[in-house]
Design a protein around this ligand. Structure first.
Ligand code: SME
Length: 149
């Protein structure tokens, strides 16, 4: 599945749309094609502030359009620069719930010139669905998106 999606991600990157429209297409591609992806979005550093701002996403609207560094899974990744895989969100103390249906989450940082400037965030309604294959694929997605930022 991920191998088939890679060229589709690349062709979105190579299209002649705006960066925001490309990221929107990627969110929709991933949500539509990966059965355990129920919400897909990008968060980016908000100017000079130590907070994340929601960018493109596919899935239900969320109240959490601004997330301070250190808060929730996303805010922790903004500081750690590391992938964060959460098999069971209920076991996390520092977690920001977006929907009661969400069981698991993965956040992968996005680097431009070695700097952590944002992240891709996936919520899943399936318990413990993420493997190393998700991490590798999402690192690829972010590497591609970094080219247009
Ligand atoms: N659950 C995230 C907040 C963002 S929503 O999943 C869209 C977190 O704990 O950082």
């Amino acid at each position: 599945m991920f191998e088939a999606l890679r060229p589709q991600v690349s062709s979105i990157i190579d299209s002649n749309k705006t960066p925001d429209a490309k990221m929107q297409d990627i969110c929709e591609l991933l949500k539509a094609n990966v059965p355990h992806y129920d919400w897909v979005g990008f968060y980016f550093k908000n100017g000079d502030k130590r907070e994340l701002k929601l960018g493109s996403y596919a899935g239900a609207p969320t109240d959490h359009t601004i997330i301070p560094y250190g808060k929730g899974i996303c805010g922790q990744v903004a500081e750690s620069n590391q992938n964060f895989v959460v098999p069971d969100v209920q076991s996390q103390d520092n977690y920001i719930a977006c929907s009661i249906t969400v069981k698991a989450e993965i956040v992968v940082p996005l680097f431009v010139n070695g700097e952590n400037i944002g992240q891709i965030d996936i919520d899943s309604n399936t318990p413990d669905p993420f493997t190393k294959a998700d991490e590798t694929f999402l690192e690829f997605v972010n590497f591609e998106v970094a080219k247009i930022l």
